[in-house]
Design a protein around this ligand. Structure first.
Ligand code: OGA
Ligand code: MN
Length: 205
């Protein structure tokens, strides 16, 4: 890791320890972020993404009122070199957070997300009712020149639904928060919104 990345990891550790939530510079380099944006754009054009579902496995349902984005899961050991770099950077972060915070995250899961113009994702938490596997939620934004007027912010709330953060989905920004703690939502955007979302998890794969 270079100096900038080391400083970013320290800032993430401090913010998670103090507030449970980090919004700031990404651990992924500008070059890698750009390559991920290109890769996601190619996957969208090849029609690989699927309408996002709420919940898991057999209980999963498509509910476009709650969530109208499309997603595509990355392999744990991707063959694509760009995805390999992203997975290894996120695993390096997982190990740093385990050491500094005794987090106990054993693995990660990652998906691309594409919100077409008008799509949104209403207020939710990232833990499923019956499943405590997700420890930390991560979001990496991939749009390079996001216009403020395009909307699409991530709103993060406290338990009383007071807004804590309003995050512009601009490439170079990342978010990390304790998955069980924060209700959050994605506001509708007027243009296509690209991100890579992941979770550091405990328990078995
Ligand atoms: C999610 C999510 C936030 C974002 O995928 O669960 O809340 O800003 N994403 O894309
Ligand atoms: Mn979420």
């Amino acid at each position: 890791m270079d100096q900038g990345a080391t400083r970013t990891v320290t800032a993430i550790i401090d913010a998670l320890a103090d507030d449970g939530c980090y919004v700031g510079d990404s651990i992924l380099s500008e070059t890698l972020t750009h390559a991920l944006a290109n890769r996601l754009t190619a996957l969208i054009n090849a029609n690989v993404l699927q309408a996002a579902k709420i919940g898991r496995a057999s209980g999963a349902q498509r509910q476009s009122k709650v969530r109208s984005d499309a997603t595509h899961w990355l392999d744990d050991a991707p063959t694509d070199p760009t995805e390999r770099s992203a997975v290894s950077a996120i695993n390096a972060l997982r190990i740093e957070l385990n050491q500094a915070l005794c987090l106990g995250a054993t693995h990660s899961e990652l998906h691309y997300a594409h919100c077409p113009a008008g799509a949104s994702y209403s207020v939710h938490r990232d833990r499923f009712g019956d499943d405590d596997a997700r420890l930390v939620s991560l979001v990496f934004y991939l749009n390079e020149s996001w216009r403020l007027s395009a909307g699409g912010e991530l709103m993060i709330y406290n338990d009383a639904m007071q807004p804590l953060h309003r995050v512009t989905p601009q490439a170079g920004t990342m978010v990390a928060f304790l998955s069980e703690r924060f209700p959050h939502e994605v506001l509708p955007a007027t243009t296509s919104r690209l991100s890579l979302t992941g979770w550091l998890r405990q328990g078995k794969l």
